[in-house]
Design a protein around this ligand. Structure first.
Ligand code: GLU
Length: 489
């Protein structure tokens, strides 16, 4: 499905399929999407796979799935029925070849026959002389007719000609005016010996042919922009606007890296972060709405987004804030929605793998525990833990709340429980009156019950927990606990 709309604002996300979608990639995609949507524009996906050695199998599907999960969709592209797929650069090689030939014939580019040995030696020499490594333009002056003849028998690449003097100035929507001297720009390779274009040529040709109005990408691409502008000039094309987004940083302000935490969107998905929360959080990495608001749905982000409030300074990735935000979104979900999300994102077999707890009980436990956790995986884990009778009991709890009389209290409790109707009301009335009758403090009854049921003293309300486990299982766990403390005494 391919449908070119007459939009004025057109943006794209142009990842290379080299692995998982990075948090930084999600932000680039998100800002590009927001900007396009805000202006009734079109947003498209282009896979930049011209570096064959770096392509990873399955990466494209993963990218698309992850973006869909985040709610980011595309407006056009050669996709399958009913959906818009990505443009794929490796399927457009003829186009890049054609434009390279145009540049050669107009003397803006030239064939280069330098061997990798020669280029290595050159680099070593430059490093030894403390010069920045750059191509010495050895082949730039070969007569074009001789060069063309040589291409028939020798391997070659094509390089763009960069002026030797002068400078280039352009405007960045986030950084303002930027000037770079040509002497700092290498005669960049635009077509490789394998016939594939390099990123620089392909990105310019495609942004032009796809009528991209705004190129939105990470700051690491800023040094490439002068080369791209030069190519636009050589082709006689009007260049798009550029916006280079600030770096993402670890809390110690180093560049966001795997060493200090997860950087793949996939990892956050697997840990049970909700897409709404991750998208909201990522939107605020480098942008603010200009007021104090922090919680935004995707549609609200579309409304609020503008480059005027994107910062130049690097944005720190604060996972604690992400967790806080995820908690806010999680706590608004219904119990059934949460169970579905656990199955969707964490384990499709979640429910069937549990040996004791049945659907209704799982929902009760989700309800009891959901406010205590910020991510789905922790919530799922507590339910998995509660599915098994405790194999040990929290030492601190035993020490504080198990007295020589506890055996006697629990024996009475078990007897009474056997005769009690298993509902919140009857359980509450019975246990409260037993506590009164025994003339003990409430925690001396409640905490041993918690220990028996969960192994810990930090569970939600005991009546609710008894209801969640049901009569048989509750009595089993209490009896096992009673045996355990009787043996200890
Ligand atoms: N293929 C480049 C990347 O992997 C795209 C950079 C751009 O958006 O121009 O990020």
């Amino acid at each position: 499905m391919q449908e070119k709309k007459n939009n004025i604002i057109r943006t794209r996300f142009a990842p290379s399929p080299t692995g998982f979608l990075h948090i930084g990639g999600l932000r680039t995609a998100l800002y590009s999407y927001l900007y396009a949507k805000k202006h009734n524009g079109a947003f498209l996906l282009r896979i930049e796979d011209t570096d064959q050695a770096r392509n990873v199998q399955g990466a494209v599907d993963n990218l698309i799935n992850t973006l869909n999960w985040a709610g980011i969709t595309f407006d056009e592209g050669p996709g399958k029925e009913g959906s818009f797929g990505p443009y794929i650069q490796s399927q457009r090689l003829d186009l890049y070849k054609k434009y390279t030939e145009q540049l050669i014939s107009e003397k803006h580019a030239y064939y280069c026959f330098c061997s990798s040995e020669r280029l290595d030696q050159l680099r070593q020499k430059q490093i030894a002389q403390k010069l920045p490594p750059a191509y010495d333009r050895h082949c730039r002056n070969i007569d074009p007719i001789i060069a063309l003849e040589k291409t028939k028998s020798e391997p070659f690449v094509v390089r763009m000609k960069v002026p030797l003097t002068g400078e280039i100035t352009f405007n960045d929507l986030i950084r303002g005016k930027i000037t770079i001297a040509y002497k700092n720009i290498d005669d960049q390779i635009i077509l490789k010996s394998d016939g594939f274009p390099t990123y620089h040529l392909a990105v310019v040709v495609d942004d032009k042919l796809m009528e991209i109005s705004h190129v939105i990408r990470g700051e690491e691409w800023l040094p490439s922009t002068p080369k791209h502008l030069l190519l636009y000039e050589y082709f006689g094309w009007h260049a798009p606007e550029f916006a280079h987004l600030p770096l993402l940083l670890n809390p110690d302000r180093s560049k966001l890296s795997k060493r200090q935490g997860d950087v793949a969107v996939e990892d956050y998905r697997k840990k049970g972060f909700l897409p709404e929360a991750l998208v909201n959080f990522v939107a605020l990495l480098g942008w603010n709405p200009g007021d104090e608001r922090e919680i935004f749905s995707l549609n609200e982000l579309v409304e609020a987004f503008s480059f005027a409030h994107v910062h130049k300074a690097g944005a720190v990735f604060d996972v604690t804030k992400l967790e806080w935000m995820n908690g806010l979104y999680l706590h608004k979900k219904t119990n059934t929605e949460i169970l579905e999300l656990i199955k969707l994102n964490i384990d499709p077999e979640f429910e069937t793998k549990l040996s004791l707890l049945k659907h209704e009980q799982i929902l009760i436990l989700i309800n009891l525990y959901k406010d205590k956790f910020k991510v789905l995986s922790d919530l799922a884990q507590i339910i998995i833990t509660l599915d098994q009778a405790p194999s040990e009991y929290e030492a601190n709890g035993l020490e504080q709340f198990v007295t020589p009389e506890t055996c006697q209290y629990l024996t009475q409790l078990i007897e009474k429980l056997k005769a009690t109707e298993w509902n919140l009301n009857d359980l509450t009335t019975m246990i409260k009156s037993l506590v009164k009758e025994l003339n003990i403090k409430f925690p001396n009854m409640a905490q041993p019950i918690r220990l028996a049921l969960t192994g810990t003293i930090t569970s939600p309300g005991i009546y609710e927990m008894l209801v969640a486990f049901g009569k048989d299982e509750s009595l089993n766990r209490l009896t096992t606990f009673l045996k355990f403390i009787s043996n200890k005494n």
